[in-house]
Design a binder for this molecule. Sequence first.
Ligand code: CUA
Length: 342
Amino acid sequence: MQTPWIPFIPPSASTLSGKVDALYFYLVGVTVFFTLLIWGVLSYFVIKYRRRNTYEIPRPVAGSHKLETIWSVIPFIIAMTMFAWGAQVFFEQWRPPANAVEIYVVGKQWMWKIQHTTGQREINELHVPVGRKIKLIMTTEDVIHDFFIPAFRIKADVVPGRYTTLWFEATKAGRYHLFCAEYCGMNHSGMIGSVVALEPTEFDDWLSGNSSQQSPAVAGQQIYSTLGCVSCHGAAGEGGRGPALEGIFGKQVSLNNGQSIIADEAYIRESIVNPQAKLVNGFGPIMPTFQGQVSEEQLLQILAFIKSLQSEVPQAAGRRASPAAVPTSPAQVSAAGSPANR
Ligand code: CUA
């Protein structure tokens, strides 16, 4: 629920928020405990060992190994509990689960543009279902922004030319604040919105109620043919001049410098805007850059299309569609690098 005032602690509405709060209160607790302890002992000693007589000389102190060991080891153990606990929460937060539903987010001075895989678009509003894992794939058209949902305890910079991800699972239906948390120009303070967490059935209704919009994968396919990508990266690579794209997403790709790389969102984006950066083994530097010809939203749509290629084209079907020894899998793509297959 949104309140007109700023609450001391935002509502707790995701699977992560309780864990972040527990760690936060542990840190506050340890800090308060030692502040009071030091303050208390200090006050006690100041009074107990005050100078009672003008010419009093204190007894010399020779030091104590026992005391020094204790006050080194105990703080070390406390610091390590913070490290281990913090690392555990960190790893959970920064490793999105594989089965999460993806939603695309593009930041822009000064709004958040959101697109669901089913095609629904939203501006400064994000509808999500309760109890399902959601992964946000985020970028920006201009400057650095920062996507922040206090109620879910998640926050990440959104950086030009890169994809950052966040994931969450909402636990409570409601309307929550969405902020830009990185100063991004004149109307930064107005770059706000709402996250609407709905019960799964209500969410499905909401999704189907807006279903006239084109899905990002379909939009991506249209851009793909408009830009002529298909002439080199044909449906099953029949162009042969570029690597086939079926099933490439998430797979390992061998590069012509002998290294290999996982074809993730960042790699595919880079291959579109800066194709010479990482050439697939066996393919020449013939692809022109598409920098400036496709917007960040279109890049995300092409990405959605390439991702969709893996489920829609099973390997056998892909092979049948390709007439000759055209690479249809990353393994074949690397095999194509050998002179015999060229
Ligand atoms: Cu966008 Cu601040």
